[in-house]
Structure formats: structure tokens, C-alpha cells
Write a protein that binds this ligand. Structure first.
Ligand code: FES
Length: 297
């Protein structure tokens, strides 16, 4: 049984905005529809918006949703949020706004809020008669999750927008990985790649100790990404300047195994390099518990 907020249950049992809006040919008013999902995949949402063509304000909206409690409640919340807003204001509504309006959604149901945001964007794009502008890369890249036909650009966007840190969270938000599961390793790789290059993850992690990111323990994926990042940014430049280098070989719990290369691998003070230049730096940035060992190349 999911732990739903009172608002979610209220919107599910008594949705006031379910239905369709028909274009009756009123002067200065236009109706547009945006559709996302598919009934075959379990959830589908069709959003109707009625727009004042002079002011670009959304005068009214309705939804038709095939889905669970969260999908219905997210659709209702979406309609409440968009009414009275201009199209540009509405485009600023994020899936997080929808979830917050409901007082929160179970993590496993966050994909319902994402579906709402995407239906809104689709409806506005249809109104304007232009292709989806904000996420037109989503359909362009390689498909990572064949079960749900979800591309790498879309997975990257959702991870970055929602600061996701595990493949499980990605599944909760967009279902990728929730079928056969063969794409989960690729999703992990994408998360690592984003964490390596993201300012958010860099600043959030830096200075935290004992394997903690804010109040949450680092996941194994986060820990590996952070170790690699500290190696690349704080340690390797110094070693390379001295004619050496280091490569991350393996991380097993708090045991970090590295390969010393170049001058570092052959010099008499390689043990000191290991302990003072590498281990001390990793302990300073990530966890006092880390122990660094060298393996042979
Ligand atoms: S390929 Fe992603 S769940 Fe099957």
C-alpha cells in the first residue's frame, strides 16, 4: 500500500478537472491538446488547454488520464497549477512543482509528475504549432531502455533536473530500468558520467567526510565517481607534473586500489606518494576511513 498524502487522495477521489475541452470556434480563444505515455506502457495522459490568444493566458484546462492514483492526482494538480498562467509561466512548472503541490509523491510514483510536465509542454507546443522546443533532444539519441523506448538524452535530462543519484531513482521517475533491467548498468554509467562533470555534485560532495553526501551515505556509484573526481582534479595534476600518474583500479568498500604509473611506480618514495599524496587527499575530501593500496600494473 502506497503512503499517499491527503491531497493525493482528495484529488484522486474527487477530481474536478477530468474531461475534455472542445474547440467551439470562439473568437480569440484556441484549444490545444498534449498527449504523453501510452496505455500499453501503463500510463497515458491527454491534457487540454484553452488559451486566450491575445494574452496567452490559459483560461481553462482538463485532463484524461489512464493510470494509477498518482497519475490521476498529478493530472489534477497540473490543471490547478496551469489555470490562469500565461504559456511562458506555465512552461516554468516542473515535475517537482506538481509533486510539491500534492504534498509529495512516493518516490516510486514520481514518473506521474514527470508525465504531467511533459503533457503540458506537448500541449503548449501544439498550441504554438512548433515542435517540442525544450526537450527536442529527448527522442534523438540512442535508446538506452528498449523496454520503455527511453533515450540517453532523456535519461540525462531527468537525472540532472532532479539531481538523481541511483538507477532506482531513474526508474521511479521515468520507468527506465523497470522492465527487464538490462539497461540498469548503462544508467549507472550515465549517472557516474554526470557526477564527474556536474558542478552540483562537485560542490555538494566536496568537504563532506566519512562517506556522507549531505545527510545521506554515499552510494557505491557516488563513492567511485567522487574518488575518480578527486584523483582527476586534485591528485593527478600534481603527479603528472612530477612525471608520474595514478589510475583507479578498483573500489571495494573503503579499500581503494590504484595503479601507480610512470615515475610514481618506480621511484623509491612510491609508498609515501600512496599515503600522503593520494590517501590523505581522498580522506580529506571523501572519508577518513578510506585506505589506498597499490596494485601492480
Ligand atoms: S531495457 Fe530497460 S528495463 Fe528492459
Amino acid at each position: 500500500m502506497w503512503d499517499y498524502t491527503d491531497k493525493v487522495l482528495e484529488f484522486f477521489y474527487n477530481p474536478k478537472n477530468q474531461g475534455v475541452l472542445e474547440d467551439k470556434g470562439e473568437t480569440g480563444v484556441k484549444v490545444a491538446v498534449g498527449e504523453v505515455g501510452s496505455i500499453a506502457c501503463g500510463d497515458a495522459l491527454r491534457l487540454h488547454i484553452k488559451v486566450d490568444e491575445d494574452t496567452n493566458k490559459i483560461l481553462d484546462a482538463r485532463f484524461q488520464t489512464f493510470g494509477c492514483t498518482s497519475a490521476i492526482a498529478s493530472s489534477e494538480a497540473l490543471v490547478e497549477l496551469v489555470k490562469g498562467k500565461t504559456l511562458d509561466e506555465a512552461l516554468n512548472i516542473s515535475n517537482k512543482d506538481i509533486a510539491e503541490y500534492l504534498g509529495g509523491l512516493p518516490q516510486e510514483k514520481m514518473h506521474c509528475s514527470v508525465m504531467g510536465q511533459e503533457a503540458l509542454e506537448a500541449a503548449i507546443s501544439n498550441y504554438r504549432g512548433i515542435p517540442l522546443a525544450a526537450h527536442d533532444d529527448d527522442d534523438e539519441g540512442a535508446i538506452v531502455c528498449t523496454c520503455f523506448a527511453i533515450t540517453e538524452p532523456k535519461i540525462r535530462r531527468i537525472i540532472e533536473e532532479n539531481k538523481l543519484t541511483t538507477a532506482e531513482e531513474v526508474t521511479n521517475f521515468i520507468k527506465a530500468g523497470g522492465g527487464c533491467g538490462t539497461c540498469l548498468a548503462t544508467i549507472d554509467d550515465i549517472i557516474i558520467d554526470i557526477q564527474r562533470n556536474s558542478t552540483y555534485y562537485t560542490t555538494s560532495n566536496k568537504g563532506n567526510i566519512d562517506g556522507k553526501l549531505s545527510d545521506k551515505p554515499l552510494t557505491p556509484v557516488q563513492k567511485i565517481a567522487l574518488i575518480q573526481k578527486v584523483l582527476d582534479e586534485e591528485i593527478r595534476p600534481i603527479l603528472i607534473a612530477d612525471g608520474g600518474d595514478v589510475e583507479l583500479y578498483d573500489v571495494d568498500g573503503d579499500r581503494v586500489r590504484v595503479i601507480l604509473q610512470g615515475a610514481c611506480g618506480s621511484c623509491s618514495s612510491s609508498f609515501a606518494t600512496l599515503k600522503h599524496a593520494i590517501e590523505a587527499k581522498l580522506q580529506e575530501h571523501i572519508s577518513h576511513n578510506l585506505v589506498v593500496e597499490a596494485v601492480n600494473n
